[in-house]
Design a protein around this ligand. Structure first.
Ligand code: PCA
Length: 212
């Protein structure tokens, strides 16, 4: 059976909900043709997330992996381009750890690129009327750590992988007045992202839009 693995994160900081997990949970058990989608949750903890990720890769042997996280303040579905080899936590994780300027993988390369067709995914989301863009930073917290570990462990393999940041839910953004996106749109956006990644082996060449 062909498998796509999606991961979402447990809530972190002051939140009681994490849209990345809520959306991934809704997609768990669905399928696209002969491909099943498996959705699992990752802990928001530097000490736990990589091991859980490795476990899931071994258990499900997916052909495609998309890790998803909440990007507070993000206004659209951000297809991440690059993971960097640094942990620099602005807040403590769910175990109280707050690494500052430590490597994700000692002696690992400075960065890894997503192996997903990121521009085609953005285009497909926009064509479906869902706001999306290429992002050039996944931050330096647990999301970037997981993204880096994912690309590190799969480097040189045929398994394609990448990371997507989703916006806050409307009920989360209410308190601070920041941008948000409804869960149903996030979920549909991730579904389109998965299908597009599965079906696309050569990314389109078009501008990602940013100047700086
Ligand atoms: N977002 C955090 C970690 C977990 C999540 O959903 C981040 O962007 O690093």
């Amino acid at each position: 059976m062909r498998t796509v693995l999606l991961t979402g994160f447990e809530p972190f900081d002051q939140d009681t909900v994490n849209p990345s997990w809520e959306a991934v949970r809704l997609l768990d058990g669905t399928s696209h043709g002969d491909v099943r989608i498996v959705g699992r949750q990752l802990p928001c903890a530097f000490a736990l997330a990589p091991a859980r990720l490795h476990q899931l890769l071994e258990e499900f042997e997916p052909e495609l992996v998309i890790a998803v996280g909440l990007g507070p303040g993000r206004a659209d579905i951000c297809i991440e381009r690059v993971a960097i080899n640094i942990n620099d936590a602005r807040i403590p994780d769910n175990l109280g750890a707050q690494p500052i300027d430590t490597p994700v993988v000692p002696d690992g390369p400075a960065a890894y690129f997503s192996t997903l067709p990121i521009k085609t995914m953005v285009r497909a989301l926009k064509e479906a009327g869902i706001a999306s863009s290429v992002s050039h930073t996944a931050g330096t917290f647990v999301c970037n750590q997981v993204f880096y570990c994912l690309q590190h462990v799969l480097a040189g393999s045929a398994v394609r992988a990448g990371f997507i940041h989703v916006p806050a839910l409307p009920e989360q953004a209410e308190q601070c007045g920041g941008p948000s996106m409804a869960l149903s749109i996030q979920t549909e956006g991730l579904r389109i992202a998965v299908i597009t990644a599965l079906d696309t082996f050569h990314d389109v060449r078009e501008s990602g839009g940013q100047i700086s």
